[in-house]
Design a binder for this molecule. Structure first.
Ligand code: MF3
Ligand code: CO
Length: 256
């Protein structure tokens, strides 16, 4: 069953997502060469607390021995998702990283991920990250009532393929609401007119995950960090959106 949020629940999603987006925006602006990814996570942890929200990632890990130990996932270069912040990882010129921030406020989860480029970035790294960001918006544009999940998936996949990048298959987007992960799964690959039908009131986390070379990835010994097998670059970005009877509403956009 895919939850359809009531108008009251939608208001709560708007609020939790706005807070998640504002925290993430501040983390993005704080990101610079010379700080550690732990510094960045500490900064995010304090912002989550100040907002009166709670981290959805800290302590997460149903069925896993090692619970996720941080307030954000920070994945650098050949890391795709779930990078664990560390005081030993110092950001430097040319790094491309994704910051994934999920929090809960008022009983609802906001989930979002942004890509940050530090200084002079390799042109292919720049291109990969831009294509992932474009694919996110292209996928969101398909999140229309009476479309199906496969319409989103296919649009995202095609944008990767047209640009000679690969789509990771092991990790996917998801419904989001009272729980961080709800139905449906939203793969970044698939066929149009397949999968569950979208309805107004569904809230979805859409999150393209692309690689520069082979799509093969593996989970590191820390049980979380996901890297490309070939050591080439990976990219990931994410918004939480609301399906409406007209255009999708991006709940994790920071309103200026
Ligand atoms: N927020 C991410 C997602 O889209 C990842 C959370 S995994 C965690 O599902 F372990 F860090 F919590
Ligand atoms: Co997500």
């Amino acid at each position: 069953m895919i939850p359809i949020k009531t108008p009251e629940e939608i208001e709560k999603m708007r609020l939790s997502c706005r807070i998640a987006a504002e925290v993430l925006e501040k983390m993005v602006n704080f990101t610079r060469a010379g700080i550690s990814t732990q510094d960045l996570d500490d900064f995010g942890r304090d912002l989550i607390k100040e907002a009166g929200a709670t981290s959805t990632t800290f302590g997460y890990g149903p069925g896993k021995k090692i619970k996720y130990p941080a307030y954000s996932c920070i994945s650098l270069n050949d890391e795709l998702v779930h990078g664990i912040p560390s005081k030993d990882v110092i950001l430097k010129d040319g790094d491309v990283l994704s910051i994934d921030l999920a929090l809960s406020y008022g009983g609802f989860v906001g989930d979002n991920t942004r890509i940050v480029r530090i200084g002079n970035v390799d042109p292919e790294a720049e291109r990969l990250s831009r294509i992932a960001e474009e694919a996110l918006m292209i996928g969101i544009a398909k999140a229309l009532a009476d479309n199906r999940v496969g319409d989103i998936s296919h649009a995202i996949e095609m944008h990767a393929r047209e640009n000679n990048f690969s789509v990771v298959r092991e990790f996917v987007g998801h419904g989001v609401g009272k729980d961080m992960h709800e139905e449906p799964q939203i793969p970044n690959f698939g066929r149009p007119h397949t999968g569950p039908t979208l309805k107004a009131g569904m809230t979805l986390a859409i999150e393209p995950m692309f690689t520069q070379g082979s799509p093969a990835v593996y989970v590191c010994g820390d049980e979380w960090t996901v890297k490309t097998r070939d050591g080439l670059l990976a990219a990931h970005c994410e918004h939480t959106i609301l399906v409406t009877n007209s255009s999708p509403e991006i709940l994790t956009l920071v309103k200026k």
